[in-house]
Design a protein around this ligand. Structure first.
Ligand code: FES
Ligand code: FES
Length: 157
């Protein structure tokens, strides 16, 4: 067991974690932040994506112990002061989800992509999201949403 301290969505936590505990499980099982989904836990689907120290990471590939001292943002922490993050708003406007299972990870990955590259080309959007799988295959509207969030298209189009 290890004792770790981390900040999640602006709240400080101290947790006892087993050496093998994944960050995804810590978030879901200990902190009840179930918006972070687990689809594969083998680094393939991306639905567990969160931000760790400002970078998008797949939380099933990070040990909870590795997050000691880290600043984590999950889908629950993306909206600020009651306003959706621009990527969340754009997913809503463009109906960029079907079953919604991939959506939290897709939004966190897209937000990370736009942080690194605020004006991506369509190719760069596809490349930036290639680690995130949508089993409903709604990629066209997802890419439209990322373009809207990047200010490349008017809201809702
Ligand atoms: S659950 Fe982490 S990549 Fe699939
Ligand atoms: S909306 Fe169903 S998996 Fe993406």
């Amino acid at each position: 067991m290890a004792k770790i301290k981390l900040t999640v969505n602006g709240v400080k936590h101290a947790c006892d974690v087993e050496d093998r505990t994944l960050l995804a499980n810590l978030l879901r099982d200990e902190l009840a932040l179930t918006g972070t989904h687990i689809g594969c836990d083998t680094t393939q689907c991306g639905c567990c994506t969160v931000h760790m120290n400002g970078r998008a990471v797949k939380s099933c590939t990070v040990l909870a112990a590795q997050a000691h001292g880290a600043d984590i943002v999950t889908i629950e922490g993306l909206a600020q002061n009651g306003s959706l993050h621009p990527v969340q708003q754009a997913f809503t406007d463009n109906h960029a989800l079907q079953c919604g299972f991939c959506t939290p990870g897709m939004i966190m990955a897209a937000a990370g992509l736009l942080k690194d590259n605020p004006n991506p080309t369509e190719e760069e959007i596809y490349e930036g999201l290639e680690g995130n799988i949508c089993r409903c295959t709604g990629y066209i509207n997802i890419v439209k949403a990322v373009k809207q969030a990047a200010g490349q298209t008017p809201d809702g189009h």
